[in-house]
Design a protein around this ligand. Structure first.
Ligand code: ZN
Length: 72
């Protein structure tokens, strides 16, 4: 008998790439630059299910571009 079913946990968790994108966009440009410089990419981990969403410099630039378009 197993008490831990990863698929079940994932099913119940409401996290998504979209949500991690919002977290990423809430960081300052300075912080983003700093992490990218040190690690080459930024990983946003879901505190509930442990899912990890990775973003590299290209992804982040694309996100910022989309965000800018939404404001205007
Ligand atoms: Zn999650």
């Amino acid at each position: 008998m197993t008490l831990y079913d990863p698929q079940l946990v994932a099913f119940h968790c409401s996290c998504s790439k979209k949500r991690s994108e919002n977290i990423l966009l809430s960081l300052s440009d300075e912080d983003i630059e700093h992490i990218l410089h040190e690690r080459g990419e930024i990983d946003i981990e879901c505190e509930f299910c442990g899912a990890v969403y990775l973003f590299n410099k290209q992804d982040i630039e694309e996100l910022k571009r989309i965000k800018k378009q939404q404001i205007h």
